[in-house]
Design a protein. Structure first.
Length: 819
């Protein structure tokens, strides 16, 4: 028999003695920990809320932009006469800049200049480096986003680690640009830093982390440093003895004292622990390769982005600059002791200097600059029928000097062509230019004969203008100021030389960032009447206001008809606001207040503001038939523009993931004759024989896109055109071409449907004689030989283009251009 289990009585626990002092201290510690935790949670919530707001702002801005583009397209379709001419000029100039920007995308140009054999050899501009999973990447700036992602796609698993510091909101913007988005398994860490263009503590922390990482590199490692312009707020690491606040205070006082940018950079390098060659000293003994995107190709390497990999002795220059502006007594003691150091701290890397004071283990390469962009823009301007003239890509000077020199160059070339001045005098003036100096050989090379101008002359220049800001600047940018100054000076030049009025001269200034200064616009157009048209409108507004004021005063004195007095007062106030609006946008006023954006946004429905389309999702062609949403061919009276449509059926197979043996392609050929340029005589349209579409056999007009490899010549389509009631249609719009040939603007639209086999490449290219299509519906594409169409332009046009390259993903280059 089992024994009964004896239950134990629960022990009585003794009351635990709690020391109230200890408990109070513990409660305080818990409260501190909870407060820290809540602070972190609040900071994360605030960050997420700010990101959500930024996302909403970007989405709204995108929707607003799409709406503005839609409204602009409607307005452009309603324009007639001279407005249509101005629209054509704007489109041509913006197309030139867009082409220049696209050709210097880092995602495009990097694979061309950097090659990897897939095993162990990396070639950068012909120089070979051996890779053994020893590659590291660091970089600063917007451009570093596309550069690093493109570089990682090239080298793949050879990359061990990367650190890139980018401006705020850049990471979110990656989602909008496919070529900027890194691989999903990327080994590069992106850090957002900087606040409104100024360095902050996050910039310092991110740069310090990169410095600590570079200190661990060995001799076998290869460090890739990616730099660009405008990264002073990101590449920031003060010396250990000073704080970020001390450094920023000194730099702000130098700006207030009107110190030059070179002087400010000298002091900044002295106070920095990473600029002026310090990064190379830290990374030694690793090999260092610097990849640079610069807006001025001739700028010294030591001045590009602070020269973190270029030797700088950091001597007594900073001390002399502070003494020059009387700031030695106004800086902190730690800063004064630092600038008074005349002998820099010697490191092992300083023994690796060559005779030119350059580190032997550092190689520098300029990947892209405005000179590269100008080459592509010259080709594009030639395609548009203009004669390109590349003057200079390294112009420096004040914004007013820029405008004066541009006006002088354009006028001198016209006066020399017209025989008003001697060519020797023109050469002397252009050679001694303080802003754009040219050599004798260059001057002789760039001057074309008038019969080679074609539809116009396109002058290409680039550089970096400087703007003097007032105490409280408004909205504006250097390109908008340059366009307005050019308009003013060109108007004065035409008053001095009346023969210049026979030429249509335009100017366009733009920024590759897509933002000129502190405005959302990329730049602005300029022409003779831009600045002068404001004054007649102001006089009309003043006269209307004075009349309304007199009417209101008269009714007020009679003291009757209160309703009429109120109406007169309301009308007077409305006219007063209109008058004040014109007063606010006077050219001399907006230039003094650095508020040029107010003028450009108040006239012509903002048509004179440049907004870059490059970099938006619309330029990435989809592999569907909707890719043919542009005219297949476009013909302008007197000159041929040929747009080759290229289609590869293999793309459709890959896109749809199924085999397609044959399909129909509908192509619309739209030929329109726009309004003729000012002073020109249009060629009548012959309805019976069609337009003169004789082919030009010049090599420049037989251009196949770069990605197709070589010029494939003329192709014959694998099937003939199928004729039916809807296959060929003719629509003539405008006046009767027989009765009023000179005033009519006929539009001929021809639709063709052709069968095409998969795997073949279809190239639809001009010329196709319209009379053949009218004659029968069974027509095959064939090569046409003939003479060039005559150009009936009596008054030449001058296209003037200034381009400043600041490449940034994916709409990045400072650009300036004109016609």
């Amino acid at each position: 028999m089992a024994k009964p289990v004896k239950l134990r009585k629960p022990r009585k626990r003794k009351a635990r003695y709690v020391d109230p002092v200890v408990e109070e201290e513990r409660a305080k510690r818990v409260a501190v920990v909870q407060a820290k935790r809540q602070k972190v949670i609040d900071r994360i919530r605030l960050s997420l809320e700010n990101r959500r707001k930024d996302k909403i702002l970007i989405q709204n801005a995108r929707l607003n932009k799409e709406e503005r583009e839609r409204q602009k397209a409607i307005r452009d379709g309603q324009k007639i006469g001279s407005e249509k001419i101005m629209l054509q000029i704007r489109n041509d100039l913006s197309q030139i800049i867009e082409t220049g920007i696209r050709c210097v995308y880092t995602s495009v140009i990097l694979p061309e200049k950097i090659k990897y054999d897939g095993r162990s050899i990396l070639s950068i501009k012909g120089v070979k480096y051996r890779l053994q999973r020893n590659l590291h990447i660091i970089g600063w700036g917007k451009e570093a986003v596309t550069m690093s992602s493109a570089f990682e796609r090239i080298v793949g698993k050879q990359l061990r680690k990367g650190w890139v510091v980018v401006p705020r909101k850049s990471i979110f913007m990656m989602w909008s640009f496919p070529e900027a988005f890194p691989p999903l398994n990327s080994r590069i860490s992106y850090v957002e830093a900087g606040t409104d263009g100024h360095a902050d503590e996050k910039s310092v922390l991110a740069t310090r982390r990169i410095v600590n990482y570079c200190k661990r590199l060995k001799k076998r490692d290869l460090l890739i440093v990616m730099l660009s312009q405008g990264i002073d707020d990101l590449l920031c690491l003060p010396r250990d003895t000073i704080t970020l606040r001390d450094k920023l205070r000194v730099l702000n006082r130098l700006r207030a004292a009107k110190a030059t940018p070179e002087e400010i950079n000298t002091v900044r390098n002295k106070l920095s622990a990473i600029r002026g060659g310090d990064l190379a000293r830290i990374a030694y003994p690793a090999r260092v390769v610097t990849l640079i995107t610069s807006d001025v190709s001739a700028e010294p390497m030591s001045e590009l982005s602070g020269g973190p990999c270029m030797y700088d002795p950091k001597g007594e220059k900073a001390l002399a600059i502070l003494a020059k502006y009387g700031l030695l007594s106004r800086v902190s003691l730690s800063v004064r002791e630092l600038v008074e150091e005349t002998i820099p701290w010697a490191m092992a890397a300083d023994k690796q200097l060559d005779a030119n004071k350059k580190y032997k283990f550092v190689h520098e390469y300029v990947i892209a600059c405005n000179a590269d962009a100008m080459e592509c823009m010259a080709v594009e301007s030639y395609k548009l029928g203009m004669f390109p003239v590349k003057l200079n890509s390294t112009c420096f000077g004040d914004i007013r000097e820029f405008a004066r020199e541009y006006v002088k160059m354009a006028s001198l070339m016209i006066l020399a062509v017209e025989g008003k001045i001697d060519k020797l005098e023109m050469f002397q003036e252009m050679r001694d230019s303080p802003v754009c100096p040219l050599t004798d050989e260059k001057v002789q090379e760039i001057f074309p004969a008038k019969d080679h101008w074609g539809l116009g002359l396109c002058l290409l220049l680039g550089g970096r203008p400087t703007v003097n800001l007032c105490d409280e600047p408004g909205l504006g940018g250097p390109n908008q100021e340059l366009a307005l100054y050019f308009s003013l000076y060109w108007y004065l030049r035409t008053q001095q030389y009346p023969i210049l009025r026979e030429y249509t001269v335009w100017f366009l200034g733009g920024s590759s960032y897509g933002k000129d200064g502190n405005t959302p616009a990329a730049g602005a157009y300029g022409y003779k009447s831009l600045s002068t048209d404001v004054y007649p409108e102001l006089e009309k507004a003043k006269s209307a206001f004075n009349a309304a004021h007199a009417k209101w005063w008269k009714l007020n004195e009679e003291r009757r008809f209160r309703s009429k007095i109120a109406d007169a007062y309301r009308e007077m106030q409305e006219l007063k606001s209109i008058r004040n609006k014109y007063v606010d946008i006077l050219p001399e006023r907006v230039l003094t207040e650095n508020n040029t954006n107010l003028l450009f946004s108040s006239i012509n429905d903002e048509d004179e503001l440049l907004e870059l389309k490059t970099g938006k999702s619309g330029i990435f062609t989809s592999y569907e038939l909707s890719a043919f949403n542009v005219p297949a061919m476009e013909f302008v009276t007197g000159i041929e523009r040929r747009f080759a449509l290229i289609w590869n059926a293999r793309f459709i197979n890959r896109y749809r993931q199924r085999r397609v043996r044959s399909f129909n392609i509908a192509v619309a050929l739209r030929s329109s004759r726009p309004a003729c340029p000012m002073g020109s005589v249009p060629i009548p349209f012959n309805k019976a024989s069609g337009m003169n579409l004789a082919s030009s056999t010049t090599p420049s007009q037989r251009v196949i896109p770069r990605n197709m490899g070589k010029d494939l010549g003329w192709h014959k389509v694998g099937g003939s055109i199928l004729a039916n009631k809807q296959a060929i249609t003719e629509r003539i719009a405008g006046a009767d071409s027989k009765n009023n040939a000179l005033d009519s603007s006929p539009i001929v639209e021809i639709k063709m449907v052709t069968k095409f086999k998969a795997g073949k490449r279809l190239i639809l290219t001009a010329p196709i004689a319209l009379e053949e299509i009218f004659r029968n519906g069974n027509v095959t594409f064939r090569r046409q030989l003939g003479k060039e169409s005559p150009i009936a332009v009596l008054s030449p046009t001058l296209h003037f283009l200034h381009f400043t390259f600041r490449h940034s993903y994916p709409s990045a280059v400072d650009a300036t251009c004109s016609r």
